[in-house]
Design a protein around this ligand. Structure first.
Ligand code: SF4
Length: 1538
C-alpha cells in the first residue's frame, strides 16, 4: 500500500501533468523561486521519471520554467504546433494578461492547471473573466480531486482536441491529509493514447499568434451511404477525431473503399474500424460542441469510477434530497460551509440546506444543473468569491438564472439570490451562513449582499511582485550612465502613471503609445516656439534669438540640450506672459533619449510584437530588449522552434539600427551600441544578452554563460546601421568572432559577407566552424583513420595507447610507450582518450590506458567524454580486448583519510569498469605516485616491462637508444637567441596557437599562450580547438607610467585585448585575451607607448619593482632611478624581439631600438638563466613590494643627510611551490649585507651571474636561486658574489618595516603635491555597469599632469596633483566613484592572482572569487569591531604563488576547483612565511574556521597584536622560521595510510 505523500493539490496536479504531457511549462514567480507545482515537477524530472504520453517509451517529459511576468503562454504555441502535448502549471495571476493567447489556445489540446491566488483569499473572477475563451473549465476542491480532475483534464483535452483549464484553490483543501500518489496504471488507462499519437504525429504550421490562424478543434462524423445506391444516409459520430491541419471545419473524404478503411484523417490508422460491409463512408468535420465535451467527460469519469470507485458529475450536490434551500458556491469556501451545515443545530436557518458546485464550469450545461438540483429546492443562494466585479450581477448568478429560467419547469424554478462572498474563516462561517439565509428567506431578499470580510489586505506571495530581476538592472544602469537625466524609459517599472495599473504601464505596448504621444507633444511645442520667434511678444529681445537657434537645433539632442539652459535662463529673465507659457513646458526644451524596454518573449511572435510596432512606425524610438535565455545545446537546437531572431527580423525590416550586445562580453560595445542607437534617426533595436537560469545566479555564472554563447556564435555581437554606406562606412560591424548561419545568410544576401571577410581575415576561418555541425565526430574519425593509415604496412600485434593528461606527463608517457612499442615491432598508436571513437573500442586487440588524476579524483579533461561513455554504456562488449592501465597520482595530494579514495581514482575506476565489460587484463594496473623517489616514474618502470611481457615482446634484441627528452634548456639553446619559429607561427592562420617550443620562447618576449578555460569544455564539444589567447605583460620598472601611457594602455586593452587590464603584483600592466592575429599589433602599440615587454617573463631578470612611496617624492625619484638602472642593466641584448614584433612591414626600419646589432648576450649567454629572476626594492617603513619574496630584495637605506645612500641586499627569496612536493618550498631572502647605491646594479648582476652558473638546469622545480642558495649555503654563495664583484658587502644597516600594504586616499608630499591611492580590487581595471572604473581612470588620465604609479599590491596611485588641480581632480574621482576607499581593512589588505579563466596553471578560482569570500566574512568583521583592522589575506589559484600568498597572515592556495589549502601565521609586514593549516577545504569550511577565529582575535588579541602573530600565540599554528621548515610542524599532518 502506497504511503500517502502528496500534500497539496498543486503537487497532485503537477504529477499528473508531468505524466500526461510531452512538455510542461512551469510558470514560476521567478526563476529562483519555485512554485508549489514546480517543486513536484523538478523532483520528478530529477528522478528521471518517464512520462506516459511520450511517443517513445520511457522518455522524460521536458519541464520548462518561465517567469510569471514573461508572457508564459507564448511558450505554449511552438511546442504544441510541433505535435507536443503541452500543459501549463501556474497561479491565476497569468490568466488575465494572457487573454489573447487563451482564445487561440482553446483550439489546442493544452491543459492549464491553475492554482487561484492570492492563496489566502483567492479571486474567482480570474476564472469567470476568461470563461468565454472557449476553454473547458474543470474545478477540483480537494487534493484527491485535484489528482482525478487533473487526469480528467488531460484525458479530455486529448479526446476533444480542445484546451482545458483545471482550477482550484488550496483553501478548499487546507484540512486535507496527504494523499497517495496517482496510480500510473490508471493514468495510462484513462488517457486515450491512440488519440494522443494522432495529435503527436502531425505538426501544424502557423507563425503568428494573434492573427487568426484559422484553427478550430473539430470532430469528425462519418456519413455512411449505402453501396446499393440507396439515398438514405445515416450520420453517426465515430470515435472522436479532431482535424489537425489549420483551417476551418471542412469535410474530408476518406478513401472510397468500403471495408475497413474508414479512418478519415491523417491518423495512424490504429483505432477500431468503423465500417459496414456495404457502405461507403465519407467524413464530415464540425466544431466540437458542448454536448461532445459532456459526453467525453462523462466517459472519462466512468472510466475513473471503474478504476477508483470515485464518482464525478458536471454539477455536484451535497445535502438532503428533500432540501428546500441550497447554496451554489463559486469560491474557495465550500468545505467550510459544508462543515458549518453539518454541525448546525436544528434551529439554525441553514440546517437543512444543500450545496451545489460546478465541477464542469464551462461549457455550462444548464440542463445538467437542473438534473442535479433536487426538485424540492425553492431558494438558491449564489455565493461568488469575485473581487473584481465589472457587472452588476455576478456571472454565476446570471449562469444560474439562464439555466433555471429556461429549464422545463420555468414556472416552478427556484428563486435565485446572488451574494458577494468575502473572506471567511471557520470561526465566521456559521455567522456568514446565518446572514445568507436570513436574507434568502426574507420576503424580498436583497441581491448582491456581501458576506464575510469584503476587504482583507492581501499579501502577495514572494516573487509575484512586478519587478525587474535584479540581474537585469545592469543594462538599466548603463542607460542611466550614458544618457543621465535625458533618459526617458517609457515603460519604466514603478513609474508614476496616475490611474494606470503597474502591469499595464510597464508593458512596452503602453510605453510605445505614451512615447508617440510625447513625441507629438514636443513636435507641437517646437511649432509653438517657431511661432513665438516669428510673432511672439517678449519683454526683451534676447529670447527671440535664442529660441530661433533652439528651434533650428531642436531635433539634435546634443545641440538642443546645450542651448536649452540658456533659453530657459533668457525666458525666465524676460518674464513676459509668452515666456511664462513657454516655460510651463520647460522639460520639452531638452531632447530626451526615448527608450522602451522589452524582453525576448517577443521573439515568439515577432509579427505582432512591440518590436514590429516600433519598426513599422518608423519613429525615432530606441528599444532595449533583454534576452535571458542561457546558452545550452538545447537552446541552440531549439532556437528555431522556440524563438525567432529579433535582430534579423529588424534588419530585414530595413529601416532600423540594430545591435546585438552582451554586457558580460563587451561593456564598450554595449556603450557604443546605445550611443549609436540614440543617434540613429529612426527605430533602433538594441538586443542585450544576459543569460541566467535563476535571478540569484552569480555574476560569474552569467559571465561564463555569456562567454560561451558569444564565442560559439549563438549570440554574436554586432552592430547594423542601414545608413552606414551613405556615410562611407560599412553597414555591418561584427564585434565578436563567430556568427550563426541565419545571420550569415542575411549578410550574404546583403553582400556584406565579402566585406566582412575582407576586414577580418580571421573571420572566414570561423565561418566554416559555426556551431551545430558534427565536426567533432568527424574529426575523431579522421584522426583515427590517419593513424590507421600510418600503421598500415607495419607488422606485429597492434597496441592502441589512449591517454588522459592535464599537465602533459601522461601524454608524454603514452607517446614514449608508443615509440618503444614500435621499436619492439608492435603497431602502436597513441591518442587522447577523447579523440578516440568509442565505437572502435570493441574491435581493438590490445589497449593501454595512461591517465593522470585531476581535481577530486576525476579524469583529466581530454579523457572525460570517453570515460563517461565507457562508464554509462550498457552494450559495450570488449570481451575480445586485452587491456592494461597505468595511472599517475599523488598519495599525499589529499591528506585527509576520507579523501584517500581520490588517489589514482581514474586509473582504478577504469580498470574495474573494463573488467566488468569483459576485457582481459594484460597486467595489473600500475600506480605512479608523485611521492615515490622518482615520482610516477618509479611505478611506471615496474609496469612497462610487465606490459611488454604480456604482449610477448619483452625479449627483443637491438632496441635503439632513446633520445633524451627535450628540455627548456634545449629549446633555449636551439632558439637562436629566442627566435625559434615564433615569426612563422604568428603567420600560420590555420590555428590560433603557436608551437610548444615557441610557447616557451615567447615568454622571454613578454607573452604567454593561454586558452580561455571557461570555454574549454564547450569548444571541445563543438569540435573546435581551445580558444587560444595570449597574455602580454609589460616591463615597467618601478611601476611608473605617464598619463599618456595610461591612455595608450587603455586603448590597447580595448582594441586588442578583452577590454580589461590587470595591474600585477609586480607593478606592471598585463593584458589578457589577445588572439594571435592581434599579438603583433598589440606589441607594436606597447612599444609605441615607449614601453616594452621584453624579459617581462621567461628565464631572465624580469620587471624591477620599487616602493611607490607617494609621501616622499624626492626620495622616491632617487630610488626609482636605481630600479630603472638595474632593469636596463640586466636587459637581454637579443635583437630577436625587435625583429619579430617591431620591425615595419618593409622589414627595414625599426621603431624603437634603431638598427639591429649582432646578437650576443654578454650577461646571459645562449641559455639565459636556469629559471625566472626577480628583483625588488622596498623603501622602509613600507614593504609594499614584499622585499623578502624575490630573488633579490633591496632595502633602501638613507644616509645621514636623508638622501639615498645604499641598500641592504637580500637574496634567495621566492614563492613557487608544488603541492605536496616537500622538496619545493617558499623562502624569504637571506641578508647578504649593505652595498652602495651607485654600484648596486653591479651587485645585482653578480648575484644573477652566480645563479646563472650554479643554478640547477636539470630540474626546473629546483632551479630558482632560493634552492641554489640553500644547496650551496648562504656564506659560500655570498663569497662567490663578492669574488665576482671584487669587493665585499658591508654589514647591513638598521631598517624598520611597518607593513606591506598600501595607504589609501589622499596624501601630501614634501613638495606640497597631492597623491591619491585608489583601491583597485585585485588590480583589475574594468568597467562594470555598477562601477565604470576604467572609463573614469581614462577621463582622469586625459587631464592629469602628473604620473601614475602601480603598486606591488595591485593598486594605483595618482601622483603629483597640484593644489590648483585638486578640486577638479576630486570632482572627477567622485563622479566615477573612484574616491571610495571605505572598504573593510581585510579587503584593503587583500590580493589575488589572476587564475581562471586565463591562467593555464590555475586549479581554483582566485581573482573572481576572493572578493566574494571577503564579502562573506565582512559581517563578522563588522560585528567584532574589526572593520577597520588590516589583516593581510591573499589567494592564488595554484601554488606558483603569484600573489605571494606564503607571506600573508592568512592565505588560500587553490588545490582543485572550489578547494583551497589554508595557511596561517604570516608576518604582517611580509617578514615571516605562513604555514599550512588545513588542506583542500571548501568555502563552507573556510567560513567555519575563519568566522570564530576572527571573533576570537577581536576579543583576545594583545595590544597592537597582528592577526598572524595572534594565530601563533594562541597555538593555532607554529611559526615558520625559514623556507626549509615550511613543511615542518604543519597543523594538519598528512596521513600515509591508504
Ligand atoms: S598563482 Fe598560479 S593560478 Fe595564480 S596566476 Fe600565478 S600561476 Fe596562475
Amino acid at each position: 500500500m502506497a504511503v500517502p505523500s502528496v500534500r497539496t493539490p498543486e503537487e497532485a496536479a503537477a504529477r499528473v501533468a508531468y505524466l500526461s504531457s510531452d512538455v510542461v511549462i512551469s510558470v514560476q514567480p521567478a526563476q529562483a523561486i519555485d512554485s508549489e507545482f514546480s517543486k513536484a515537477l523538478h523532483s520528478l524530472g530529477a528522478s528521471k521519471t518517464p512520462g506516459i504520453i511520450a511517443c517513445t517509451e520511457g522518455s522524460i517529459p521536458e519541464v520548462l520554467t518561465v517567469r510569471h511576468n514573461a508572457d508564459p503562454l507564448l511558450s505554449v504555441f511552438a511546442p504544441i504546433r510541433s505535435g507536443k502535448l503541452v500543459s501549463v502549471t501556474s497561479s491565476s495571476s497569468i490568466l488575465l494578461p494572457s487573454v489573447p493567447h487563451l482564445y487561440k489556445l482553446a483550439q489546442y489540446p493544452v491543459v492549464i492547471h491553475v492554482s487561484l491566488h492570492p492563496l489566502d483569499y483567492p479571486d474567482f473572477s480570474e476564472i469567470s473573466a476568461i470563461r468565454q475563451t472557449g476553454f473547458t473549465f474543470l474545478q477540483s476542491q480537494s487534493i484527491r480531486e485535484a489528482q482525478d480532475i487533473a487526469l480528467t483534464a488531460h484525458a479530455l483535452a486529448i479526446k476533444s482536441g480542445k484546451g482545458v483549464i483545471h482550477f482550484f484553490s488550496i483553501r478548499s483543501s487546507f484540512s486535507d491529509g496527504p494523499t497517495t500518489t496517482e496510480d500510473r496504471g490508471v493514468v495510462r488507462s484513462v488517457l486515450d493514447l491512440h488519440a494522443a499519437r494522432r495529435f503527436q504525429a502531425v505538426k501544424t504550421g502557423g507563425s503568428t499568434l494573434h492573427a487568426d490562424d484559422g484553427r478550430i478543434a473539430t470532430i469528425t462524423e462519418d456519413e455512411v451511404s449505402y453501396a446499393n445506391g440507396g439515398s438514405g444516409s445515416i450520420s453517426g459520430i465515430s470515435s472522436p477525431q479532431y482535424e489537425i491541419s489549420n483551417g476551418h471545419p471542412r469535410a474530408t473524404t476518406a478513401g472510397n473503399s468500403s471495408v475497413g478503411s474508414s479512418r478519415p484523417t491523417s491518423s495512424a490508422g490504429d483505432g477500431p474500424p468503423f465500417s459496414s460491409a456495404t457502405s461507403v463512408i465519407s467524413s464530415v468535420a464540425r466544431p466540437v460542441a458542448s454536448e461532445d465535451i459532456y459526453r467525453f467527460v462523462s466517459e472519462i469519469w466512468e472510466q475513473l469510477r471503474g478504476a477508483t470507485n470515485r464518482v464525478y458529475h458536471a454539477f455536484e450536490y451535497i445535502g438532503p434530497p428533500d432540501a428546500e434551500e441550497a447554496l451554489f458556491v463559486f469560491g474557495a469556501e465550500t468545505r467550510l460551509f459544508e462543515e458549518a451545515i453539518h454541525q448546525a443545530s436544528s434551529g439554525d436557518l441553514y440546517a437543512k440546506a444543500g450545496i451545489i458546485t460546478a465541477r464542469l464550469y464551462r461549457p455550462w450545461l444548464g440542463v445538467k444543473l437542473i438534473d442535479t438540483v433536487p426538485k424540492s429546492v425553492k431558494l438558491i443562494a449564489v455565493l461568488e468569491q469575485i473581487r473584481r466585479r465589472t457587472t452588476k450581477w455576478g456571472p454565476t448568478l446570471l449562469d444560474l438564472l439562464t439555466a433555471l429560467k429556461s429549464g422545463p419547469s420555468q414556472s416552478g424554478a427556484p428563486l435565485v439570490v446572488g451574494y458577494q462572498l468575502g473572506f471567511i474563516t471557520p470561526a465566521t462561517s456559521s455567522q456568514a451562513l446565518s446572514k445568507v439565509f436570513q436574507n434568502l428567506k426574507s420576503k424580498s431578499p436583497l441581491q448582491n449582499l456581501e458576506v464575510g470580510h469584503a476587504y482583507r489586505s492581501v499579501v502577495l506571495e514572494p516573487g509575484y511582485k512586478l519587478g525587474q530581476p535584479t540581474v537585469e538592472t545592469a543594462y538599466m544602469k548603463i542607460l542611466h550612465q550614458v544618457f543621465g537625466e535625458h533618459l526617458h524609459i517609457a515603460n519604466a517599472l514603478g513609474a508614476n502613471n496616475a490611474g494606470i495599473n503597474a502591469s499595464i504601464s510597464s508593458s512596452p505596448e503602453f510605453g510605445f503609445g505614451s512615447l508617440l504621444a510625447r513625441m507629438e507633444r514636443r513636435k507641437l511645442f517646437i511649432e509653438k516656439v517657431k511661432e513665438a520667434v516669428k510673432a511672439g511678444v517678449f519683454v526683451t529681445e534676447a529670447p527671440r534669438d535664442c529660441l530661433s537657434r533652439w528651434a533650428l537645433a531642436a531635433g539634435d539632442a546634443k545641440k538642443a540640450n546645450d542651448i536649452a539652459p540658456n533659453v530657459i535662463a533668457q525666458l525666465t529673465a524676460d518674464s513676459s506672459p509668452l515666456s511664462t507659457r513657454l516655460l510651463s513646458s520647460q522639460p520639452l526644451f531638452f531632447k530626451e533619449s526615448p527608450w522602451l524596454i522589452g524582453s525576448d518573449a517577443w521573439a515568439y511572435d515577432l509579427g505582432n510584437s512591440g518590436v514590429h510596432h516600433v519598426l513599422a512606425s518608423g519613429e525615432n524610438i530606441n528599444m532595449l530588449i533583454i534576452d535571458s535565455q542561457p546558452y545550452s545545446e538545447r537552446a541552440v537546437a531549439d532556437a528555431e522552434r522556440r524563438k525567432k531572431d529579433i535582430g534579423l527580423y529588424a534588419m530585414n525590416f530595413g529601416n532600423a539600427y540594430v545591435a546585438s550586445t552582451a554586457v558580460y562580453s563587451s561593456y564598450t560595445q554595449v556603450l557604443q551600441a546605445m550611443i549609436e542607437a540614440d543617434q540613429f534617426d529612426g527605430p533602433s533595436i538594441v538586443l542585450a544578452y544576459l543569460p541566467y537560469n535563476k535571478e540569484n545566479d552569480s555574476a560569474l555564472t552569467i559571465l561564463q554563460e555569456t562567454k560561451k554563447a558569444v564565442d560559439l556564435g549563438y549570440w554574436p555581437l554586432y552592430r547594423w546601421n542601414p545608413l552606414g554606406e551613405n556615410k562611407g562606412e560599412p553597414n555591418f560591424s561584427l564585434d565578436s568572432e563567430r556568427i550563426k548561419k541565419e545571420l550569415q545568410e542575411f549578410l550574404r544576401r546583403d553582400n556584406q559577407l565579402t566585406q566582412l571577410a575582407k576586414k577580418h581575415p580571421e573571420f572566414s576561418a570561423n565561418l566554416s566552424e559555426d556551431y551545430g555541425s558534427e565536426i567533432r565526430s568527424l574529426q575523431k574519425r579522421k584522426a583515427k583513420d590517419a593513424y590507421n593509415k600510418l600503421i598500415e604496412g607495419l607488422f606485429g600485434a597492434p597496441l592502441t595507447i589512449l591517454f588522459a593528461s592535464d599537465n602533459g606527463n601522461a601524454e608524454s608517457l603514452a607517446k614514449r610507450l608508443a615509440s618503444r612499442g614500435k621499436a619492439r615491432g608492435l603497431k602502436t598508436l597513441a591518442m587522447a582518450m577523447d579523440d578516440y571513437p568509442l565505437e572502435d573500442l570493441s574491435n581493438e586487440e590490445n589497449l593501454a590506458f595512461i591517465t593522470s588524476t585531476a581535481g577530486q579524483g576525476e579524469f583529466p579533461q581530454n579523457g572525460r567524454a570517453l570515460w563517461d561513455a565507457v562508464k554509462n554504456s550498457t552494450d559495450l562488449d570488449i570481451s575480445s580486448v586485452n587491456y592494461a592501465v597505468f595511472g599517475l597520482g599523488d598519495r599525499h595530494y589529499w591528506p585527509r583519510k576520507e579523501d584517500k579514495v581520490y588517489y589514482n581514482k581514474p586509473a582504478k575506476d577504469l580498470d574495474a569498469r573494463l573488467e566488468i565489460l569483459g576485457g582481459k587484463r594484460l597486467t595489473d594496473t600500475g600506480l605512479g605516485d608523485d611521492q615515490d623517489p622518482d615520482g610516477y616514474q618509479t611505478g611506471y618502470q615496474e609496469w612497462e616491462p610487465k606490459l611488454w611481457k604480456a604482449l610477448c615482446v619483452d625479449n627483443v634484441e637491438g632496441l635503439p637508444e632513446e633520445p633524451a627528452p627535450r628540455t627548456n634548456e634545449d629549446i633555449k639553446l636551439a632558439s637562436n637567441y629566442l627566435r625559434g619559429t615564433i615569426k612563422e607561427g604568428l603567420e600560420d592562420q590555420s590555428t590560433g596557437a603557436i608551437s610548444a617550443d615557441d610557447q616557451q620562447l615567447t615568454k622571454f618576449h613578454g607573452t604567454y599562450m593561454q586558452d580561455d578555460r571557461d570555454l574549454r569544455d564547450e569548444r571541445k564539444a563543438q569540435g573546435l580547438e581551445p580558444k587560444y589567447i595570449f597574455m602580454i605583460r609589460c616591463r615597467l620598472p618601478g611601476g611608473v607610467a605617464t598619463p599618456s601611457q595610461w591612455l595608450q594602455m587603455d586603448d590597447i586593452s580595448n582594441e586588442h585585448g578583452n577590454e580589461t587590464m590587470k595591474l600585477t603584483t609586480r607593478q606592471t600592466f598585463q593584458f589578457h585575451g589577445i588572439i594571435k592575429g592581434k599579438l603583433r599589433p598589440a606589441m607594436r602599440a606597447i612599444n609605441k607607448a615607449l614601453m616594452t615587454t621584453i624579459a617581462a617573463c621567461g628565464d631572465v631578470n624580469r620587471n624591477v619593482m620599487c616602493s611607490s612611496l607617494p609621501e616622499k617624492s624626492r626620495y622616491h625619484r632617487d630610488v626609482y632611478a636605481i630600479s630603472q638602472r638595474i632593469s636596463d642593466h640586466l636587459l637581454p641584448s637579443t635583437t630577436a624581439y625587435h625583429e619579430i614584433w617591431i620591425k615595419d612591414e618593409d622589414e627595414k626600419r625599426t621603431q624603437v631600438a634603431g638598427d639591429a646589432v649582432q646578437d650576443y648576450e654578454p650577461l646571459y649567454g645562449q641559455t639565459y638563466l636556469p629559471r625566472k629572476f626577480k628583483i625588488t626594492i622596498a623603501i622602509p617603513p613600507h614593504n609594499d613590494t614584499d622585499v623578502y619574496a624575490h630573488d633579490i630584495g633591496l632595502i633602501a637605506i638613507k644616509g645621514s643627510d636623508g638622501q639615498l645612500e645604499g641598500f641592504n641586499v637580500l637574496a634567495g627569496g621566492g614563492m613557487g611551490v608544488t603541492h605536496n612536493n616537500k622538496k619545493t618550498y617558499p623562502r624569504t631572502g637571506s641578508m647578504l649585507g649593505y652595498f652602495a647605491a651607485d654600484k648596486v646594479h653591479l651587485a645585482c648582476e653578480k648575484v644573477m651571474l652566480v645563479q646563472r652558473d650554479y643554478g640547477d638546469r636539470k630540474n626546473r622545480k629546483h632551479a630558482r636561486l632560493k634552492y641554489t642558495m640553500d644547496d650551496m649555503g648562504v656564506d659560500i654563495f655570498k663569497s662567490k658574489v663578492e669574488a665576482l664583484l671584487g669587493e665585499k658587502f658591508a654589514e647591513p644597516k638598521p631598517f624598520h618595516f611597518e607593513s606591506n600594504i598600501d595607504t589609501f586616499g589622499w596624501q601630501k608630499d614634501e613638495y606640497g603635491l597631492n597623491h591619491f591611492t585608489f583601491f583597485i580590487e585585485n588590480g583589475r581595471i574594468e568597467d562594470t555597469p555598477t562601477f565604470p572604473m576604467k572609463t573614469g581612470l581614462r577621463e582622469i588620465a586625459k587631464v592629469h599632469k602628473g604620473e601614475f604609479r602601480l603598486t606591488g599590491n595591485q593598486h594605483l596611485i595618482l601622483n603629483n596633483v597640484s593644489d590648483a588641480d585638486l578640486p577638479n581632480m576630486k570632482d572627477l574621482l567622485a563622479k566615477y566613484k573612484l574616491d571610495n576607499v571605505q572598504f573593510s581593512g581585510l579587503r584593503l589588505s587583500s590580493s589575488a592572482c589572476v587564475a581562471f579563466p586565463t591562467c593555464g596553471l590555475a586549479m581554483a578560482e582566485s581573482e573572481r572569487y576572493l572578493p566574494e569570500l571577503i564579502t562573506k566574512l565582512e559581517g563578522v568583521l563588522e560585528e567584532s569591531g574589526l572593520r577597520h583592522d588590516s589583516i593581510v589575506m591573499r589567494m592564488t589559484g595554484c601554488p606558483n604563488g603569484c600573489a605571494r600568498p606564503w607571506l600573508a597572515e592568512v592565505a588560500f592556495v587553490g588545490k582543485a576547483y572550489g578547494a583551497y589549502n589554508m595557511y596561517l601565521g604570516g608576518g604582517y609586514h611580509g617578514q615571516r612565511l605562513n604555514k599550512l593549516y588545513r588542506s583542500s577545504i571548501k568555502e563552507e569550511e573556510i567560513l567555519e574556521i575563519m568566522k570564530p577565529l576572527l571573533k576570537r582575535y577581536a576579543i583576545e588579541r594583545g595590544e597592537a597584536e597582528r592577526f598572524g602573530d595572534f594565530c601563533i600565540r594562541i597555538g593555532m599554528i607554529k611559526p615558520t622560521t625559514e623556507g626549509k621548515t615550511f613543511h615542518d610542524d604543519v597543523a594538519e599532518e598528512e596521513s600515509d595510510e591508504e
